[in-house]
Write a protein that binds this ligand. Structure first.
Ligand code: ADP
Length: 257
């Protein structure tokens, strides 16, 4: 495949995605017909005001939740066509996750945490891939430590390595710097960008922080469960300006209270 074809390939996408929580008077339309694709080999951030549907979009695209209407695809695989078992296997084999809480197993070493998902899958780890990954995340001298002996930033770097260990098609990250100070946060974000470039994988990250989103190659903006904009090569400044405009529209739309 040519470089140009790789750039335009879509690793994950949703098509006319609707997600309604609850029923009747209390129903909330968290996604209101969103169609958006996440390009392969790129780092994309999902931004938008609080309650705009960012987490819901990520959860539905990652097969952690189901859409009310519309479709979600990982590559060419339509998620709603899969039964529970196949969906579990798809999440295990083709998707990596990084959450705000690092979710490491405290009794396992760094090395064991990184290979846990591949071990559970009964797969043989690709030693060369793991070796390169450990260098990318800078944890070679911490491999036999336990999570409690590491700083928050180091723990999240372990979680990033774990997410990439099985060579997933897409790594989904939900506010990955939410529990970190700004310096460790910046390191983890730089690492995510680095991992995308070095491994040609795809990262999709939900964040409310323009500084975090500025590490991405591209930002998609949601408002009220709809896609309202996309931005290539973002900076914290251009993202902040766009967010201010969105929040202004949202508060005008809400009317006097
Ligand atoms: P964001 O991540 O942008 O803050 P969310 O996707 O978490 O937005 O939420 C979008 C909307 O859906 C919000 O109005 C939120 O209150 C609602 N929502 C999210 N999850 C649930 C749920 N499990 N049950 C009911 N409403 C929900």
């Amino acid at each position: 495949m040519t470089a140009a074809a790789t750039l335009t390939r879509t690793a994950a996408r949703v098509d006319k995605a609707v997600k309604v929580y609850g029923t009747g008077d209390t129903a909330v339309r968290a996604l209101d017909g969103v169609s958006v694709g996440f390009r392969a080999g790129r780092f994309t951030a999902i931004m938008g005001p609080s309650g705009s549907g960012k987490s819901t979009l990520m959860h539905c695209a990652a097969g952690l939740d189901t859409l009310t209407e519309g479709s979600a695809y990982l590559g060419d695989t339509e998620l709603s066509a899969l039964d529970d078992r196949r969906l579990t296997l798809l999440r295990r084999d083709r998707i990596g996750f990084v959450f705000q809480a690092f979710n490491l197993v405290p009794t396992l070493t760094v090395a064991e945490n990184i290979t846990l998902p591949t071990d559970l899958a009964g797969a043989r780890p690709d030693e060369e891939w793991l070796d390169a990954l450990i260098d990318t995340v800078g944890l070679r001298d911490r491999l036999h430590h336990r999570p409690a002996e590491l700083s928050g930033g180091q723990q999240q770097r372990v979680a990033v390595a774990r997410a990439f260990a099985g060579r997933p098609d897409v790594v989904f990250a939900d506010e990955p710097t939410g529990n970190l100070d700004s310096r460790s946060g910046a390191e983890v974000l730089a690492l995510l960008g680095d991992a995308v470039r070095r491994t040609d994988r795809t990262v999709v990250m939900v964040t409310h922080d323009p500084v975090a989103a500025a590490h991405a190659d591209e930002v998609v903006f949601l408002a009220d469960g709809r896609l309202v904009d996309r931005m290539d090569r973002p900076t914290a400044r251009t993202i902040l300006d766009r967010m201010k405009a969105l929040e202004h529209v949202a508060s005008e739309g809400a009317g006097p209270s």
